[in-house]
Write a protein that binds this ligand. Structure first.
Ligand code: BES
Ligand code: ZN
Length: 619
Protein backbone atom coordinates (compact mmCIF):
# COMPACT_ATOMS: atom_id res chain seq x y z
CA UNK A 1 0.00 0.00 0.00
CA UNK A 2 3.01 2.26 0.14
CA UNK A 3 4.05 3.92 -3.08
CA UNK A 4 5.98 2.21 -5.81
CA UNK A 5 8.99 4.23 -4.84
CA UNK A 6 11.40 1.56 -3.62
CA UNK A 7 10.82 -0.43 -6.78
CA UNK A 8 11.17 2.66 -8.95
CA UNK A 9 14.35 3.84 -7.35
CA UNK A 10 15.87 0.42 -7.83
CA UNK A 11 15.25 0.79 -11.56
CA UNK A 12 17.15 4.04 -11.77
CA UNK A 13 20.63 4.10 -13.21
CA UNK A 14 22.05 6.01 -10.27
CA UNK A 15 24.12 4.17 -7.73
CA UNK A 16 23.01 6.78 -5.22
CA UNK A 17 19.46 5.55 -5.26
CA UNK A 18 19.76 2.10 -3.91
CA UNK A 19 18.24 3.08 -0.60
CA UNK A 20 15.31 5.15 0.56
CA UNK A 21 17.60 7.40 2.49
CA UNK A 22 17.42 10.90 1.06
CA UNK A 23 20.78 11.85 2.54
CA UNK A 24 22.28 9.06 0.62
CA UNK A 25 20.73 10.38 -2.62
CA UNK A 26 21.96 13.89 -1.89
CA UNK A 27 25.49 12.78 -1.03
CA UNK A 28 26.33 11.64 -4.53
CA UNK A 29 25.22 14.32 -6.96
CA UNK A 30 23.84 13.30 -10.32
CA UNK A 31 26.32 13.37 -13.13
CA UNK A 32 25.66 16.15 -15.63
CA UNK A 33 26.17 14.80 -19.15
CA UNK A 34 26.25 18.32 -20.53
CA UNK A 35 29.21 19.75 -18.66
CA UNK A 36 32.90 18.87 -18.67
CA UNK A 37 33.29 20.28 -15.16
CA UNK A 38 34.46 18.01 -12.35
CA UNK A 39 33.05 19.95 -9.39
CA UNK A 40 33.50 17.08 -6.95
CA UNK A 41 37.26 17.71 -7.26
CA UNK A 42 37.49 21.46 -7.83
CA UNK A 43 34.36 23.56 -7.72
CA UNK A 44 33.75 27.15 -8.80
CA UNK A 45 31.95 29.04 -6.02
CA UNK A 46 32.07 32.65 -7.13
CA UNK A 47 32.41 34.41 -10.49
CA UNK A 48 33.81 37.90 -10.79
CA UNK A 49 33.41 39.36 -14.28
CA UNK A 50 35.11 42.39 -15.72
CA UNK A 51 34.07 42.96 -19.32
CA UNK A 52 34.02 45.63 -21.96
CA UNK A 53 31.31 45.46 -24.62
CA UNK A 54 32.53 46.24 -28.12
CA UNK A 55 29.48 46.66 -30.35
CA UNK A 56 31.55 47.39 -33.45
CA UNK A 57 33.46 44.13 -33.17
CA UNK A 58 30.55 42.29 -31.58
CA UNK A 59 32.55 40.91 -28.73
CA UNK A 60 33.02 41.17 -25.01
CA UNK A 61 36.60 41.26 -23.74
CA UNK A 62 38.15 41.32 -20.31
CA UNK A 63 38.57 38.83 -17.53
CA UNK A 64 36.82 36.55 -15.11
CA UNK A 65 38.07 35.55 -11.70
CA UNK A 66 36.79 32.20 -10.46
CA UNK A 67 36.94 31.50 -6.71
CA UNK A 68 37.48 27.82 -6.06
CA UNK A 69 36.68 25.13 -3.55
CA UNK A 70 39.38 22.46 -3.84
CA UNK A 71 38.31 19.09 -2.52
CA UNK A 72 40.99 17.20 -4.42
CA UNK A 73 44.12 19.30 -4.01
CA UNK A 74 45.94 17.51 -6.80
CA UNK A 75 43.18 18.01 -9.39
CA UNK A 76 43.22 20.65 -12.13
CA UNK A 77 40.32 23.05 -12.64
CA UNK A 78 38.07 21.81 -15.45
CA UNK A 79 35.73 24.29 -17.13
CA UNK A 80 33.30 24.52 -20.01
CA UNK A 81 33.95 26.93 -22.84
CA UNK A 82 32.56 27.47 -26.31
CA UNK A 83 34.29 29.51 -29.00
CA UNK A 84 36.15 31.65 -26.46
CA UNK A 85 39.54 33.12 -27.15
CA UNK A 86 41.56 32.44 -23.99
CA UNK A 87 44.32 35.02 -23.65
CA UNK A 88 45.97 33.90 -20.42
CA UNK A 89 45.44 32.59 -16.91
CA UNK A 90 46.97 33.67 -13.62
CA UNK A 91 46.63 31.95 -10.26
CA UNK A 92 45.92 33.74 -7.00
CA UNK A 93 49.19 32.38 -5.55
CA UNK A 94 50.98 34.41 -8.24
CA UNK A 95 52.19 33.66 -11.76
CA UNK A 96 50.65 32.35 -14.93
CA UNK A 97 48.98 28.96 -15.07
CA UNK A 98 49.12 26.52 -17.97
CA UNK A 99 45.81 25.86 -19.67
CA UNK A 100 44.70 23.37 -22.27
CA UNK A 101 41.73 23.81 -24.54
CA UNK A 102 40.53 20.47 -25.90
CA UNK A 103 38.95 19.91 -29.32
CA UNK A 104 35.43 21.18 -29.74
CA UNK A 105 32.40 18.96 -29.26
CA UNK A 106 29.64 20.38 -31.50
CA UNK A 107 27.08 20.36 -28.67
CA UNK A 108 29.16 20.86 -25.54
CA UNK A 109 31.98 23.11 -26.72
CA UNK A 110 35.54 22.69 -25.47
CA UNK A 111 36.84 21.31 -22.19
CA UNK A 112 39.20 23.88 -20.68
CA UNK A 113 41.70 22.50 -18.18
CA UNK A 114 43.75 24.80 -15.97
CA UNK A 115 46.68 23.68 -13.86
CA UNK A 116 46.58 24.92 -10.29
CA UNK A 117 49.42 25.75 -7.92
CA UNK A 118 49.07 24.43 -4.35
CA UNK A 119 48.23 27.86 -2.96
CA UNK A 120 45.67 28.93 -5.57
CA UNK A 121 42.26 29.81 -4.18
CA UNK A 122 41.21 31.47 -7.42
CA UNK A 123 42.28 31.90 -11.02
CA UNK A 124 41.79 34.88 -13.29
CA UNK A 125 41.24 34.20 -16.97
CA UNK A 126 41.70 36.91 -19.57
CA UNK A 127 39.52 36.18 -22.58
CA UNK A 128 37.45 37.48 -25.47
CA UNK A 129 34.19 36.22 -26.92
CA UNK A 130 33.99 35.48 -30.64
CA UNK A 131 31.30 35.31 -33.32
CA UNK A 132 30.63 31.80 -31.98
CA UNK A 133 29.17 33.18 -28.73
CA UNK A 134 25.74 31.68 -29.13
CA UNK A 135 24.52 33.17 -25.86
CA UNK A 136 25.02 36.70 -27.16
CA UNK A 137 22.82 38.39 -29.66
CA UNK A 138 24.17 41.68 -30.97
CA UNK A 139 21.44 43.70 -32.67
CA UNK A 140 21.73 46.45 -35.24
CA UNK A 141 19.81 49.64 -34.41
CA UNK A 142 17.09 48.80 -36.95
CA UNK A 143 16.28 45.65 -34.99
CA UNK A 144 15.22 47.74 -31.98
CA UNK A 145 12.02 49.70 -31.45
CA UNK A 146 13.87 53.01 -31.34
CA UNK A 147 15.94 52.23 -34.40
CA UNK A 148 18.87 54.43 -33.33
CA UNK A 149 21.00 52.47 -30.87
CA UNK A 150 22.36 48.91 -30.98
CA UNK A 151 21.35 46.31 -28.43
CA UNK A 152 22.90 43.25 -26.83
CA UNK A 153 21.36 40.52 -24.73
CA UNK A 154 22.53 37.15 -23.50
CA UNK A 155 20.57 33.91 -23.16
CA UNK A 156 22.27 31.30 -21.03
CA UNK A 157 19.80 28.46 -20.73
CA UNK A 158 20.44 25.65 -21.30
CA UNK A 159 24.20 25.38 -21.99
CA UNK A 160 25.11 28.69 -23.62
CA UNK A 161 26.65 30.61 -20.72
CA UNK A 162 29.95 28.86 -21.52
CA UNK A 163 30.01 30.76 -24.82
CA UNK A 164 30.46 34.09 -23.03
CA UNK A 165 32.02 33.08 -19.70
CA UNK A 166 34.41 30.18 -19.09
CA UNK A 167 33.02 28.36 -16.04
CA UNK A 168 31.47 25.09 -14.86
CA UNK A 169 28.29 25.42 -16.87
CA UNK A 170 26.15 22.92 -15.01
CA UNK A 171 22.91 23.72 -13.18
CA UNK A 172 24.28 21.64 -10.30
CA UNK A 173 27.18 24.07 -9.77
CA UNK A 174 25.69 27.14 -8.10
CA UNK A 175 27.71 30.34 -7.94
CA UNK A 176 27.39 33.84 -6.60
CA UNK A 177 28.64 36.52 -8.96
CA UNK A 178 29.67 40.13 -9.35
CA UNK A 179 30.31 42.03 -12.54
CA UNK A 180 31.76 45.23 -13.91
CA UNK A 181 30.57 46.02 -17.43
CA UNK A 182 31.85 48.82 -19.61
CA UNK A 183 29.37 49.84 -22.30
CA UNK A 184 29.34 52.63 -24.91
CA UNK A 185 28.13 56.07 -23.84
CA UNK A 186 24.36 56.37 -23.74
CA UNK A 187 23.63 52.67 -23.37
CA UNK A 188 22.36 51.16 -20.12
CA UNK A 189 23.50 47.74 -18.90
CA UNK A 190 21.29 45.56 -16.73
CA UNK A 191 21.95 42.11 -15.26
CA UNK A 192 20.26 39.33 -13.31
CA UNK A 193 21.66 40.80 -10.12
CA UNK A 194 21.54 43.74 -7.76
CA UNK A 195 22.37 46.95 -9.60
CA UNK A 196 25.18 48.76 -7.80
CA UNK A 197 25.27 51.80 -10.06
CA UNK A 198 28.33 52.99 -11.99
CA UNK A 199 31.93 53.22 -10.86
CA UNK A 200 34.18 56.28 -11.23
CA UNK A 201 34.97 55.30 -14.84
CA UNK A 202 31.31 54.95 -15.73
CA UNK A 203 31.25 51.14 -15.77
CA UNK A 204 28.09 49.38 -14.61
CA UNK A 205 28.40 47.27 -11.46
CA UNK A 206 26.35 44.31 -10.29
CA UNK A 207 26.26 41.72 -7.54
CA UNK A 208 24.30 38.50 -7.07
CA UNK A 209 24.75 37.36 -3.48
CA UNK A 210 22.61 34.22 -3.71
CA UNK A 211 24.11 31.10 -5.27
CA UNK A 212 22.53 30.56 -8.69
CA UNK A 213 23.08 28.10 -11.53
CA UNK A 214 25.30 29.59 -14.26
CA UNK A 215 22.53 29.55 -16.88
CA UNK A 216 20.91 32.41 -14.94
CA UNK A 217 23.81 34.84 -15.35
CA UNK A 218 22.41 37.30 -17.85
CA UNK A 219 23.17 40.69 -19.34
CA UNK A 220 21.25 43.13 -21.52
CA UNK A 221 22.52 46.44 -22.83
CA UNK A 222 20.74 49.02 -24.92
CA UNK A 223 18.77 52.24 -24.88
CA UNK A 224 16.79 51.31 -21.77
CA UNK A 225 14.62 53.31 -19.42
CA UNK A 226 13.07 52.22 -16.14
CA UNK A 227 9.50 52.62 -14.89
CA UNK A 228 8.45 51.66 -11.42
CA UNK A 229 5.49 49.30 -11.06
CA UNK A 230 5.58 49.12 -7.25
CA UNK A 231 8.20 49.62 -4.53
CA UNK A 232 9.90 46.33 -5.42
CA UNK A 233 8.85 45.75 -9.05
CA UNK A 234 9.50 47.65 -12.25
CA UNK A 235 10.15 47.42 -15.96
CA UNK A 236 13.07 48.33 -18.23
CA UNK A 237 12.35 48.93 -21.89
CA UNK A 238 13.29 51.17 -24.79
CA UNK A 239 11.89 54.69 -24.39
CA UNK A 240 9.27 54.28 -27.14
CA UNK A 241 7.61 51.30 -25.50
CA UNK A 242 8.30 51.75 -21.82
CA UNK A 243 4.99 53.49 -21.02
CA UNK A 244 2.98 50.82 -22.80
CA UNK A 245 4.99 48.16 -21.00
CA UNK A 246 4.21 49.74 -17.66
CA UNK A 247 0.47 49.74 -18.40
CA UNK A 248 0.56 46.14 -19.60
CA UNK A 249 2.41 44.95 -16.50
CA UNK A 250 0.41 46.71 -13.76
CA UNK A 251 -0.57 43.37 -12.21
CA UNK A 252 3.02 42.38 -11.44
CA UNK A 253 3.05 43.39 -7.76
CA UNK A 254 -0.22 41.56 -7.20
CA UNK A 255 1.27 38.48 -8.82
CA UNK A 256 4.27 38.59 -6.48
CA UNK A 257 1.94 38.89 -3.50
CA UNK A 258 -0.24 36.00 -4.62
CA UNK A 259 2.81 33.86 -5.29
CA UNK A 260 4.14 34.61 -1.81
CA UNK A 261 0.79 33.74 -0.26
CA UNK A 262 0.99 30.37 -2.01
CA UNK A 263 4.57 29.25 -1.60
CA UNK A 264 6.43 31.55 0.77
CA UNK A 265 8.48 34.74 0.73
CA UNK A 266 10.01 36.05 -2.48
CA UNK A 267 13.70 35.71 -1.67
CA UNK A 268 15.39 37.80 -4.34
CA UNK A 269 14.71 41.38 -3.24
CA UNK A 270 13.47 43.16 -6.37
CA UNK A 271 11.42 41.67 -9.19
CA UNK A 272 11.94 43.64 -12.41
CA UNK A 273 11.45 42.83 -16.08
CA UNK A 274 13.31 43.97 -19.15
CA UNK A 275 11.44 44.06 -22.44
CA UNK A 276 13.88 43.03 -25.16
CA UNK A 277 13.70 43.61 -28.91
CA UNK A 278 11.48 41.17 -30.85
CA UNK A 279 14.34 38.92 -31.92
CA UNK A 280 14.53 37.51 -28.38
CA UNK A 281 14.07 33.78 -29.08
CA UNK A 282 11.83 33.03 -26.10
CA UNK A 283 8.68 34.40 -24.58
CA UNK A 284 10.43 34.94 -21.32
CA UNK A 285 13.51 33.92 -19.39
CA UNK A 286 13.46 33.81 -15.61
CA UNK A 287 16.80 35.51 -14.95
CA UNK A 288 16.79 36.20 -11.19
CA UNK A 289 15.63 39.67 -10.09
CA UNK A 290 15.19 40.54 -13.77
CA UNK A 291 12.94 38.52 -16.07
CA UNK A 292 13.86 38.93 -19.75
CA UNK A 293 10.72 39.15 -21.92
CA UNK A 294 9.68 39.39 -25.53
CA UNK A 295 7.78 42.51 -26.60
CA UNK A 296 5.21 40.18 -28.21
CA UNK A 297 3.48 39.88 -24.80
CA UNK A 298 2.53 43.55 -25.02
CA UNK A 299 -0.92 42.96 -26.52
CA UNK A 300 -2.44 46.16 -25.13
CA UNK A 301 -5.05 44.35 -23.04
CA UNK A 302 -2.92 42.41 -20.51
CA UNK A 303 -4.17 39.17 -22.04
CA UNK A 304 -0.72 37.59 -22.36
CA UNK A 305 0.69 38.37 -18.92
CA UNK A 306 0.41 34.71 -17.94
CA UNK A 307 3.99 34.76 -19.11
CA UNK A 308 4.91 37.10 -16.25
CA UNK A 309 3.23 34.75 -13.77
CA UNK A 310 5.30 31.95 -15.31
CA UNK A 311 8.68 33.67 -15.14
CA UNK A 312 7.91 34.98 -11.66
CA UNK A 313 6.99 31.46 -10.52
CA UNK A 314 10.48 30.36 -11.54
CA UNK A 315 11.76 32.51 -8.65
CA UNK A 316 10.74 29.47 -6.57
CA UNK A 317 10.69 26.57 -9.03
CA UNK A 318 13.90 26.82 -11.02
CA UNK A 319 15.85 29.63 -9.43
CA UNK A 320 15.45 28.74 -5.75
CA UNK A 321 15.15 24.97 -6.33
CA UNK A 322 16.91 24.11 -9.58
CA UNK A 323 17.04 21.04 -11.80
CA UNK A 324 20.42 19.45 -11.08
CA UNK A 325 20.80 18.22 -14.66
CA UNK A 326 18.85 18.85 -17.85
CA UNK A 327 17.10 15.50 -17.56
CA UNK A 328 15.39 16.94 -14.53
CA UNK A 329 14.16 19.93 -16.58
CA UNK A 330 10.53 19.02 -15.82
CA UNK A 331 11.26 19.91 -12.17
CA UNK A 332 11.83 23.47 -13.38
CA UNK A 333 9.10 23.82 -15.98
CA UNK A 334 6.40 21.43 -14.78
CA UNK A 335 6.42 22.98 -11.31
CA UNK A 336 6.47 26.44 -12.87
CA UNK A 337 3.47 25.86 -15.12
CA UNK A 338 1.54 24.40 -12.18
CA UNK A 339 2.53 27.39 -10.05
CA UNK A 340 1.81 29.87 -12.89
CA UNK A 341 -1.72 28.48 -13.15
CA UNK A 342 -2.25 28.88 -9.43
CA UNK A 343 -1.08 32.50 -9.57
CA UNK A 344 -3.30 33.23 -12.58
CA UNK A 345 -6.28 31.74 -10.79
CA UNK A 346 -5.75 34.07 -7.84
CA UNK A 347 -5.08 37.19 -9.90
CA UNK A 348 -7.51 36.77 -12.82
CA UNK A 349 -10.02 34.21 -11.54
CA UNK A 350 -10.77 30.54 -12.12
CA UNK A 351 -12.39 30.96 -15.54
CA UNK A 352 -9.39 32.56 -17.23
CA UNK A 353 -7.10 30.03 -15.61
CA UNK A 354 -9.38 27.20 -16.79
CA UNK A 355 -9.19 28.49 -20.37
CA UNK A 356 -5.41 28.62 -20.22
CA UNK A 357 -5.28 25.07 -18.87
CA UNK A 358 -7.54 23.72 -21.60
CA UNK A 359 -5.50 25.42 -24.33
CA UNK A 360 -2.24 24.16 -22.86
CA UNK A 361 -3.46 20.58 -22.64
CA UNK A 362 -4.64 20.69 -26.22
CA UNK A 363 -1.18 21.90 -27.33
CA UNK A 364 0.39 19.05 -25.39
CA UNK A 365 -1.84 16.47 -27.04
CA UNK A 366 -1.07 17.81 -30.51
CA UNK A 367 2.64 17.81 -29.80
CA UNK A 368 2.72 14.33 -28.26
CA UNK A 369 1.53 12.98 -31.59
CA UNK A 370 4.71 14.30 -33.22
CA UNK A 371 7.37 13.47 -30.64
CA UNK A 372 9.64 10.45 -30.46
CA UNK A 373 8.73 8.16 -27.53
CA UNK A 374 11.83 9.16 -25.52
CA UNK A 375 10.83 12.83 -25.77
CA UNK A 376 7.43 12.04 -24.27
CA UNK A 377 8.99 10.87 -21.01
CA UNK A 378 9.13 13.35 -18.11
CA UNK A 379 12.41 12.03 -16.73
CA UNK A 380 13.85 11.70 -20.21
CA UNK A 381 17.18 10.17 -21.11
CA UNK A 382 19.34 12.85 -22.71
CA UNK A 383 22.40 10.66 -23.27
CA UNK A 384 23.70 11.54 -26.73
CA UNK A 385 21.32 14.50 -27.02
CA UNK A 386 21.59 18.26 -26.69
CA UNK A 387 19.40 19.49 -23.79
CA UNK A 388 17.35 21.40 -26.35
CA UNK A 389 16.27 18.11 -27.95
CA UNK A 390 14.24 17.42 -24.83
CA UNK A 391 12.45 20.77 -25.09
CA UNK A 392 8.73 20.38 -25.79
CA UNK A 393 5.35 20.74 -24.10
CA UNK A 394 6.12 17.52 -22.20
CA UNK A 395 8.25 18.91 -19.33
CA UNK A 396 5.87 21.87 -19.15
CA UNK A 397 2.36 20.50 -19.47
CA UNK A 398 2.75 16.85 -18.67
CA UNK A 399 4.83 17.96 -15.69
CA UNK A 400 2.10 20.36 -14.54
CA UNK A 401 -0.62 17.74 -15.07
CA UNK A 402 1.37 15.29 -12.96
CA UNK A 403 1.45 17.79 -10.10
CA UNK A 404 -2.25 18.57 -10.50
CA UNK A 405 -2.96 14.86 -10.36
CA UNK A 406 -1.15 14.64 -7.02
CA UNK A 407 -3.06 17.71 -5.83
CA UNK A 408 -6.31 16.04 -6.85
CA UNK A 409 -5.43 12.90 -4.88
CA UNK A 410 -4.25 14.45 -1.61
CA UNK A 411 -6.23 17.70 -1.65
CA UNK A 412 -5.02 21.21 -2.29
CA UNK A 413 -4.17 22.16 1.29
CA UNK A 414 -2.02 19.11 1.81
CA UNK A 415 -0.28 19.56 -1.51
CA UNK A 416 0.40 23.23 -0.81
CA UNK A 417 1.96 22.34 2.52
CA UNK A 418 4.17 19.81 0.78
CA UNK A 419 5.25 22.28 -1.93
CA UNK A 420 6.07 24.98 0.57
CA UNK A 421 8.21 22.53 2.52
CA UNK A 422 9.85 21.40 -0.75
CA UNK A 423 10.84 24.97 -1.66
CA UNK A 424 11.97 25.81 1.87
CA UNK A 425 13.82 22.55 2.40
CA UNK A 426 15.73 22.81 -0.88
CA UNK A 427 16.18 26.56 -1.18
CA UNK A 428 19.30 27.45 -3.21
CA UNK A 429 19.90 23.79 -4.00
CA UNK A 430 19.96 21.84 -7.25
CA UNK A 431 17.81 18.72 -7.13
CA UNK A 432 17.21 15.56 -9.12
CA UNK A 433 14.01 13.71 -9.96
CA UNK A 434 15.14 10.99 -7.56
CA UNK A 435 15.37 13.48 -4.71
CA UNK A 436 11.90 14.74 -5.55
CA UNK A 437 10.58 11.20 -5.40
CA UNK A 438 12.18 10.57 -2.04
CA UNK A 439 10.65 13.74 -0.68
CA UNK A 440 7.25 13.05 -2.25
CA UNK A 441 7.17 9.63 -0.70
CA UNK A 442 8.45 10.62 2.73
CA UNK A 443 6.72 13.96 3.18
CA UNK A 444 3.42 13.37 1.43
CA UNK A 445 2.48 9.95 0.12
CA UNK A 446 3.54 8.09 3.27
CA UNK A 447 0.75 9.98 5.02
CA UNK A 448 -1.76 9.32 2.23
CA UNK A 449 -1.64 5.61 1.49
CA UNK A 450 -4.83 5.70 -0.61
CA UNK A 451 -3.44 8.42 -2.81
CA UNK A 452 -0.13 6.59 -3.05
CA UNK A 453 -1.93 3.49 -4.22
CA UNK A 454 -3.69 5.40 -6.98
CA UNK A 455 -0.71 7.35 -8.26
CA UNK A 456 1.08 5.53 -11.05
CA UNK A 457 4.53 7.09 -10.73
CA UNK A 458 5.95 4.72 -13.29
CA UNK A 459 3.50 5.92 -15.95
CA UNK A 460 3.89 9.59 -15.09
CA UNK A 461 7.65 9.75 -14.89
CA UNK A 462 9.09 7.02 -17.03
CA UNK A 463 6.59 6.18 -19.76
CA UNK A 464 5.74 8.01 -22.99
CA UNK A 465 2.26 9.39 -23.64
CA UNK A 466 -0.21 10.98 -21.25
CA UNK A 467 -1.56 8.79 -18.41
CA UNK A 468 -5.31 8.24 -18.51
CA UNK A 469 -5.75 9.89 -15.11
CA UNK A 470 -4.40 13.25 -16.30
CA UNK A 471 -6.81 15.83 -14.83
CA UNK A 472 -9.29 17.39 -17.23
CA UNK A 473 -10.43 20.99 -17.05
CA UNK A 474 -13.79 22.31 -18.19
CA UNK A 475 -14.27 25.84 -19.42
CA UNK A 476 -17.72 27.24 -20.08
CA UNK A 477 -16.25 30.21 -21.93
CA UNK A 478 -14.46 27.89 -24.34
CA UNK A 479 -17.53 25.67 -24.70
CA UNK A 480 -19.36 28.79 -25.91
CA UNK A 481 -16.68 29.24 -28.57
CA UNK A 482 -17.08 25.64 -29.71
CA UNK A 483 -20.80 26.26 -30.22
CA UNK A 484 -20.12 29.25 -32.45
CA UNK A 485 -17.55 27.34 -34.50
CA UNK A 486 -20.18 24.62 -34.92
CA UNK A 487 -22.71 27.15 -36.19
CA UNK A 488 -20.22 28.62 -38.63
CA UNK A 489 -19.39 25.14 -39.96
CA UNK A 490 -23.12 24.70 -40.57
CA UNK A 491 -23.12 27.86 -42.72
CA UNK A 492 -24.05 30.64 -40.30
CA UNK A 493 -22.21 33.70 -41.65
CA UNK A 494 -19.24 34.77 -39.54
CA UNK A 495 -20.83 38.17 -39.01
CA UNK A 496 -23.79 36.52 -37.26
CA UNK A 497 -21.72 34.58 -34.73
CA UNK A 498 -21.99 35.68 -31.13
CA UNK A 499 -18.45 36.77 -30.36
CA UNK A 500 -19.31 39.71 -28.12
CA UNK A 501 -16.84 40.18 -25.29
CA UNK A 502 -14.55 37.39 -26.40
CA UNK A 503 -11.11 37.49 -24.85
CA UNK A 504 -7.81 36.37 -26.38
CA UNK A 505 -8.07 32.82 -25.04
CA UNK A 506 -11.46 32.44 -26.70
CA UNK A 507 -10.12 33.66 -30.02
CA UNK A 508 -7.27 31.19 -29.72
CA UNK A 509 -9.79 28.42 -29.14
CA UNK A 510 -11.81 29.64 -32.11
CA UNK A 511 -8.80 29.41 -34.42
CA UNK A 512 -7.77 26.10 -32.94
CA UNK A 513 -11.10 24.39 -33.52
CA UNK A 514 -11.77 25.59 -37.07
CA UNK A 515 -11.85 22.73 -39.57
CA UNK A 516 -8.35 21.87 -40.82
CA UNK A 517 -9.17 22.36 -44.48
CA UNK A 518 -10.67 25.72 -45.38
CA UNK A 519 -11.45 27.32 -48.71
CA UNK A 520 -9.99 30.68 -49.62
CA UNK A 521 -13.48 32.20 -49.62
CA UNK A 522 -14.01 30.99 -46.06
CA UNK A 523 -10.69 32.40 -44.93
CA UNK A 524 -11.52 35.69 -46.62
CA UNK A 525 -14.87 35.80 -44.84
CA UNK A 526 -13.27 35.20 -41.45
CA UNK A 527 -10.56 37.76 -42.11
CA UNK A 528 -13.03 40.38 -43.33
CA UNK A 529 -15.19 39.87 -40.27
CA UNK A 530 -12.59 39.48 -37.53
CA UNK A 531 -9.51 41.15 -39.06
CA UNK A 532 -7.11 38.43 -37.94
CA UNK A 533 -4.35 39.43 -40.37
CA UNK A 534 -4.30 42.86 -38.72
CA UNK A 535 -4.33 41.48 -35.18
CA UNK A 536 -1.96 43.22 -32.79
CA UNK A 537 -2.05 40.15 -30.58
CA UNK A 538 0.96 38.01 -31.42
CA UNK A 539 -0.59 34.72 -30.26
CA UNK A 540 -3.73 35.25 -32.33
CA UNK A 541 -1.75 36.43 -35.34
CA UNK A 542 0.59 33.44 -35.17
CA UNK A 543 -2.29 30.94 -34.92
CA UNK A 544 -3.99 32.63 -37.86
CA UNK A 545 -0.87 32.69 -40.03
CA UNK A 546 -0.39 28.96 -39.48
CA UNK A 547 -3.94 28.38 -40.74
CA UNK A 548 -3.28 30.64 -43.73
CA UNK A 549 -0.07 28.79 -44.58
CA UNK A 550 -1.83 25.44 -44.34
CA UNK A 551 -4.64 26.55 -46.64
CA UNK A 552 -2.47 28.66 -48.93
CA UNK A 553 -4.34 31.85 -48.31
CA UNK A 554 -2.27 34.25 -50.39
CA UNK A 555 -3.82 37.40 -48.93
CA UNK A 556 -1.82 36.76 -45.75
CA UNK A 557 1.53 36.24 -47.50
CA UNK A 558 2.72 39.77 -46.91
CA UNK A 559 1.75 39.72 -43.24
CA UNK A 560 3.47 36.35 -42.86
CA UNK A 561 6.73 37.60 -44.32
CA UNK A 562 6.60 40.74 -42.18
CA UNK A 563 5.95 38.74 -39.03
CA UNK A 564 8.78 36.29 -39.73
CA UNK A 565 11.18 39.13 -40.45
CA UNK A 566 10.27 41.11 -37.36
CA UNK A 567 9.80 38.48 -34.67
CA UNK A 568 12.46 36.00 -33.55
CA UNK A 569 10.46 34.08 -30.94
CA UNK A 570 11.02 30.42 -31.70
CA UNK A 571 7.58 29.36 -30.47
CA UNK A 572 6.03 31.45 -33.29
CA UNK A 573 8.61 30.85 -35.99
CA UNK A 574 8.60 27.09 -35.75
CA UNK A 575 4.92 26.36 -36.52
CA UNK A 576 4.71 28.91 -39.33
CA UNK A 577 7.87 27.74 -41.09
CA UNK A 578 6.88 24.10 -40.50
CA UNK A 579 3.50 24.66 -42.12
CA UNK A 580 5.03 26.48 -45.08
CA UNK A 581 7.60 23.72 -45.52
CA UNK A 582 4.88 21.15 -46.17
CA UNK A 583 4.44 22.07 -49.85
CA UNK A 584 7.19 22.66 -52.44
CA UNK A 585 5.91 26.17 -53.18
CA UNK A 586 5.58 26.98 -49.47
CA UNK A 587 9.07 25.68 -48.79
CA UNK A 588 10.46 27.88 -51.55
CA UNK A 589 8.82 30.93 -49.93
CA UNK A 590 9.93 29.84 -46.47
CA UNK A 591 13.53 29.62 -47.62
CA UNK A 592 13.34 32.98 -49.35
CA UNK A 593 12.12 34.61 -46.15
CA UNK A 594 14.56 32.64 -44.01
CA UNK A 595 17.51 33.76 -46.08
CA UNK A 596 16.66 37.36 -45.21
CA UNK A 597 15.56 36.76 -41.65
CA UNK A 598 18.18 34.29 -40.49
CA UNK A 599 20.88 36.88 -39.68
CA UNK A 600 18.35 38.52 -37.38
CA UNK A 601 17.48 35.41 -35.41
CA UNK A 602 19.19 34.21 -32.24
CA UNK A 603 21.33 31.05 -32.42
CA UNK A 604 18.67 29.22 -30.37
CA UNK A 605 16.12 29.83 -33.11
CA UNK A 606 18.40 29.11 -36.07
CA UNK A 607 19.44 25.82 -34.49
CA UNK A 608 15.81 24.67 -34.63
CA UNK A 609 14.98 26.25 -38.00
CA UNK A 610 18.15 25.17 -39.82
CA UNK A 611 17.10 21.62 -39.10
CA UNK A 612 13.47 22.18 -39.96
CA UNK A 613 14.27 23.80 -43.30
CA UNK A 614 17.34 21.66 -43.96
CA UNK A 615 19.31 24.85 -44.25
CA UNK A 616 22.79 24.32 -45.54
CA UNK A 617 21.81 21.07 -47.25
CA UNK A 618 21.68 21.59 -51.03
CA UNK A 619 19.49 24.70 -51.16
N1 BES B 1 13.10 28.93 -18.92
C1 BES B 1 12.18 29.02 -20.00
C2 BES B 1 12.83 29.32 -21.32
C3 BES B 1 13.88 28.32 -21.76
C4 BES B 1 13.71 26.96 -21.59
C5 BES B 1 15.04 28.76 -22.37
C6 BES B 1 14.69 26.07 -22.01
C7 BES B 1 16.02 27.87 -22.77
C8 BES B 1 15.84 26.52 -22.59
C9 BES B 1 11.10 30.03 -19.72
O1 BES B 1 10.71 30.08 -18.39
C10 BES B 1 9.88 29.64 -20.49
O2 BES B 1 9.39 28.57 -20.26
N2 BES B 1 9.41 30.48 -21.39
C11 BES B 1 8.23 30.24 -22.18
C12 BES B 1 7.07 31.02 -21.67
C13 BES B 1 6.12 30.32 -20.81
C14 BES B 1 4.90 31.18 -20.52
C15 BES B 1 5.74 28.92 -21.15
C16 BES B 1 8.51 30.74 -23.58
O3 BES B 1 9.54 31.35 -23.79
O4 BES B 1 7.67 30.56 -24.44
ZN1 ZN C 1 9.66 28.31 -17.81
Amino acid sequence: MRSLLPALLALLPLASCTSMNSHHAAAEPARDLHSFGEPARVRVRHVSLDLELDFARRCAAGSVRLDLERTDRSAPLVLDSESLEILGVVGSAGGTRAHRLAGRDPALGSRLEIELAPGDTSVTIRYRTTAGAQAMQWLEPEQTSGGRRPFLFTQGQSILTRSWIPLQDSPGVRVTYEATVRAPQGLVAVMSAEQLGRDERGAWRFRMSEPIPPYLIALACGDLEFRELSARTGVWAEPGIVEGARDELVDTENMVQQAEALFGAYRWGRYDLVILPPSFPFGGMENPRLTFATPTILAGDRSLVGLVAHELAHSWSGNLVTNATWRDFWLNEGFTVYFEQRIMERVFGAERSAMEKVLARRDLELELAELAPWQQVLHCDLAGHHPDDGFSAVPYEKGALFLRRIEQLVGRDEFDRFLRAWFDGHAFESVTTEEFLVSLDRDLLARHPDAAGQLDLQAWLYAPGLPADAPRTESTLLAAVDREVGRWSLSTPASELDTRGWVTQQWLRFLDTLPDELRVTQLAELDRTFRFTQSGNSEILCAWLVICAHNRYGAADKATAEFLLRVGRRKFLKPIYAELAKTPEGLRRAKEIYALARPRYHAVATRTLDELLQWGHAR
